[in-house]
Write a protein that binds this ligand. Structure first.
Ligand code: NAP
Length: 474
């Protein structure tokens, strides 16, 4: 019922709803940050920043739907004189899918949770949303959910445009995904969880799209020229990225490839000293903490892998200590378990004897959210083949930087081939995220007054449209 009414709302009204959510979240940010800090142990400054990002996202989608170009409106006029058969009048645009189930993340209590990117993009597209909140921050989720419901009431949205279902994922969450009225799923979390939802969706009488963002080890390739010029600065930058937020980011760089030239020793020495000097940090949930330490144990016991930093007893306090591992390319190329994500502040440095070993390692990689290349102009010229391999493996390529920090903008792609995500053709960050919750509908030979306003001949909404192959506001 909510969908039937909400999908008909003009974009301006949906935009008003999104902007009101943002204003209410901002107005309550002090209480929200206090609560989220108690539940997640994330610092207040980080949480305040995340609120800014969340509200910015909501407002970005509001502007996007007012502009309307995302609808991909296309018109091909009829030609009755075409031979051998007349050409029909064909028009198409994107339409919302229907109610969307959103599984919020553990590591972004605001930006990838109740009022986060999945919710914002689904509501913007015209889809009602049902959130399965994360057990790691239920109080925060409840408070944000109440604000969305307040915004829904104040804008006159239909009952049911937004709701939340509390309870265990395997029970309540699974029932939600199997419900016949749910038409798409957004998820951020583990590969096991995402895969369970993908399989459940595929087994439905009517399978539906699952957009699961499941993790990544975000390889970093340090090419010889860059290592020669900046070994210590690269170690410092990498350390900052690995340990940011106690390493609990999907874009955390968990794998680094270097060639064993003398500067590699300086790089390792600096990285080891920085990692060893990093104070342990509290992790988001007890289970994330125990999975981190299980991953560290597993890598420590893998033959050919050296644990460079010392073991610690941080686990007993629910904390993680930064951990550095080292291995060689021969080991990496045969031990595929070294591509498993250790969610937290750890990274594995793989020394390659040659460029061809680095290429072989790149070829072996599973789908990733990001890959980073550090190189000089000469390095890039000499490694065109490395870039060509990585283009087929990842959703975002970073040059001479670090993968943590994902800009929310029109051009961003936060996705990647499986197993980084369930569908590498989509992004969960940036305005392109909205198309996950829409599908094209085509109208053939319709009278003008029966067409949606977006496709009417006079273009009453002033949209950018592709008319007879020409893009313009006609
Ligand atoms: P998770 O265990 O996958 O849980 C995420 C959400 O999915 C929770 O709401 C959970 O519900 C639900 N869920 C999990 N398994 C399910 C299943 N079989 N059926 C239905 N629902 C299910 O992820 P997490 O708690 O955030 O963290 C665990 C691990 O996930 C981390 O250690 C890390 O490896 C990975 N992770 C990766 C990223 C990333 O972006 N790369 C982000 C966060 C976490 P319940 O909790 O109620 O069961």
């Amino acid at each position: 019922m909510a969908f039937a009414e909400y999908r008909r709302w003009p974009a301006a009204r949906r935009a008003e709803f999104l902007r009101l959510i943002a204003s209410l979240v901002e107005a309550n940010s002090t209480t929200l940050v206090e609560r989220a800090n108690l539940e997640t142990a994330l610092p207040a400054a980080r949480l305040q920043g995340e609120i800014g990002r969340t509200c910015g996202q909501l407002r970005l989608f509001a502007t996007l739907i007012e502009e309307g170009w995302w609808l991909d409106a296309r018109i091909d006029h009829a030609n009755a004189d075409r031979k051998p058969v007349p050409k029909p009048d064909v028009r198409s645009m994107l339409q919302p899918l229907g109610p969307v189930a959103v599984f919020s993340s553990s590591n972004f209590p605001f930006a990838f949770s109740v009022a986060g990117g999945d919710t914002a993009s689904a509501l913007a597209a015209g889809c009602p949303v049902i959130v399965k909140p994360h057990q790691g921050h239920l109080g925060t989720s409840d408070a944000v959910g109440s604000l969305i419901q307040q915004a829904a009431r104040e804008t006159g949205a239909p009952e049911g445009v937004f709701s939340m279902l509390f309870g265990p994922g395997r029970d309540v969450g699974m029932a939600l995904v199997k419900h016949p009225l749910i038409k798409a799923v957004g998820f951020t979390g583990s590969r096991a969880g995402g895969r369970a939802l993908m399989d459940a969706s595929a087994a439905r009488p009517e399978p539906i799209p699952v957009y699961a963002e499941m993790g990544s080890i975000n390889p970093v390739f340090i090419l010889p020229g860059a290592l020669q010029q900046n070994a210590e600065a690269l170690a410092t930058g990498l350390h900052g990225s690995v340990t940011l937020g106690v390493g609990q980011f999907c874009t955390n760089p968990g794998l680094v490839f270097i060639e064993p030239k003398p500067p590699a020793d300086a790089f390792m020495k600096k990285l080891e000293s920085l990692m060893a000097a990093t104070a342990p940090g509290t992790m988001l949930t007890p289970s994330i903490c125990s999975e981190y330490h299980a991953g560290i144990e597993k890598f420590s016991e893998t033959g050919g892998v050296r644990r460079v930093t010392k073991p610690s007893d941080a686990k007993k306090n629910g904390e993680a200590r930064a951990t550095l591992f080292a291995t060689d390319a021969e080991t990496f190329l045969v031990k595929h378990e070294l591509m498993d994500e250790i969610f937290g502040p750890s990274t594995l440095v793989v020394r390659c004897d040659s460029r061809s070993q680095m290429l072989a390692a790149a070829q072996l990689l599973e789908g990733q959210l990001t890959a980073t290349i550090h190189g000089t102009a000469q390095d890039f010229a000499a490694n065109v083949d490395l870039l060509a391999i990585l283009e087929t493996k990842v959703g975002r390529l970073v040059c001479n930087g670090y993968p943590t920090g994902v800009e929310v903008c029109h051009a961003m792609n936060h996705g990647g081939p499986y197993p980084a995500t369930a569908d590498g053709r989509s992004t969960s960050v940036g305005t392109r995220a909205i198309v996950r919750f829409a599908r094209p509908v085509c109208y053939q030979n319709f009278p003008d007054n029966a067409l949606p306003d977006e496709l009417k001949e006079s273009n009453p909404l002033g949209l950018w449209r592709l008319v007879d192959g020409q893009l313009g506001k006609h």
